[in-house]
Write a protein that binds this ligand. Structure first.
Ligand code: T5A
Length: 215
């Protein structure tokens, strides 16, 4: 069976990590080799850049500089982890990818499409997702989940989690608009439901697109 590259996108607390774990488990039950990864991050260098970005210490440099940093992390992630994994035949499930840059730094951050196109060409090249699942829910619900998780863990919110709900709602609409412009790649899933119901929808899409086709 061909390797598949599946990205999960959406707002804060949409349930991307949760759904990646569940999908990975179901694929492994079928003896499909799976790599779970995330952006920014996934390699040593990219995780170091992640710490810098999420700490907020370079926020003052502005969204263009942040877009460059996200792209630098992506170059390493694609070159050292994603592309080799796909070449080996592994499926790659990635928590956020270039759509997040389009939304956070682009549509909601003011970085222009020409710069984003160039960064995408450099960092992603032809390593494009076969499927993007956009987990959609009201920003307020996602932020509520993040707040509960932070209360439990005692962690502090990151640079993006502290931003106001209106900005997060604009990002939500930007993800929906990307999905509408790329219907062959993107599927929007209603994530404002119990985990198991969301997981069933995710599975249905993956099964229909890739597993039944291969049977
Ligand atoms: N960013 C990223 C950019 O600005 N540009 C870029 O190019 C990229 C790649 C990354 C930040 O960087 C920004 C976007 C982000 O702000 P992050 O910590 O990785 O930071 O942020 P998120 O990806 O948003 O991670 P979160 O953990 O906040 O969200 P998830 O993964 O969507 O949610 P998850 O699965 O961890 O769940 C959150 C909580 O909700 C519960 C979980 O148990 C957990 O406690 N939950 C549910 N509760 C009720 N019902 C459900 N269906 C639930 N599903 C999960």
């Amino acid at each position: 069976m061909a390797a598949r590259f599946i990205t999960f996108e959406g707002g804060e607390g949409a349930g991307k990590s949760t759904q990646i774990r569940q999908l990975a488990a179901r694929l492994r039950e079928r003896d499909i080799p799976v790599i779970e990864t995330r952006e920014p991050g996934g390699t040593e260098a990219a995780e170091a850049i992640r710490s810098l970005l999420l700490s907020g210490s370079i926020k003052s440099l502005g969204p263009e500089a942040e877009a460059l940093m996200f792209a630098a992390a992506r170059v390493d992630h694609v070159d050292r982890l994603i592309r080799p994994a796909l070449a080996r035949g592994d499926w790659v499930l990635c928590d956020r990818f270039f759509d997040s840059t389009r939304v956070y730094q682009g549509e909601a951050g003011g970085v222009g499409p020409a710069m984003l196109d160039s960064l995408e060409r450099i960092a992603v090249g032809r390593c494009r997702p076969d499927l993007t699942l956009v987990l959609d829910l009201p920003a307020e619900v996602g932020l509520g989940r993040v707040t509960s998780r932070l209360k439990e863990s005692g962690d502090q919110p990151d640079r993006f989690e502290v931003e106001d709900v209106d900005l997060h709602e604009r990002r939500r609409l930007a993800f929906i608009s990307i999905a509408a412009r790329a219907p062959e790649r993107c599927v929007v899933v209603n994530a404002d439901r119990p985990e198991a119901a969301v997981a069933e929808d995710v599975w249905r899409v993956v099964d229909l697109r890739f597993l039944q086709e291969a049977a």
